[in-house]
Design a protein. Structure first.
Length: 174
């Protein structure tokens, strides 16, 4: 439940970078949902727990900061979203001070954060030019996926509590 994207050359603009960034979380979330469905159909709480983990990993990956896919997506919405991403990662580092991964993400994101406060060249400014229509499409995908992942985590967690309390996996209809 993870991937690395290696491109032969840097994306030509923020829209392309965001499209590359949203692809992994969309597919990862679909895989987690398939695992969740299989867990319900087969009555296997382990599959539901794996789905919850998949939802969580995809949600983490959507934090709008540096090397994460959320940081790539934020380039099409507004690079200034990297600052709330920095705050989220800072909070995670505060509550999980021994997490190497969180500190690594924070460290690798610093060059992008610093770039927010320096003057951009004309080429850099063109990179961030995205039409309003495309911004709305990406915002709908991004924030919709975040909302869907929160909902799916909530449902799967409730189902796992039901297993703990009653010993069976049941679909919850709300």
């Amino acid at each position: 439940m993870g991937a690395s994207v290696a491109l032969k050359e840097a994306p030509k603009n923020a829209w392309i970078e965001a499209c590359v960034g949203i692809g992994g979380p969309l597919l990862g979330s679909a895989a987690a949902a398939a695992c969740h469905g299989a867990g319900i159909a087969l009555g296997q709480p382990l599959l539901v727990a794996l789905a919850w983990t998949g939802y969580w990993l995809n949600l983490f990956n959507l934090v709008p900061i540096g090397p994460l896919d959320g940081g790539r997506i934020a380039t099409a919405l507004s690079p200034w979203l990297w600052l709330p991403g920095l705050a989220i990662m800072g909070w995670l580092a505060w509550i999980r001070p021994y997490s190497f991964m969180i500190w690594l993400v924070l460290l690798l994101s610093l060059p992008r954060i610093v770039s927010l406060f320096r003057r951009r060249t004309d080429e850099e400014q063109r990179f961030y030019e995205v039409s309003a229509e495309r911004r709305w499409v990406m915002a709908a995908l991004y924030f919709g996926l975040i909302a869907g992942l929160f909902y799916a985590m909530n449902v799967s967690e409730a189902q796992l509590r039901e297993v703990r309390d009653r010993g069976t996996v049941v679909a919850q209809v709300r």
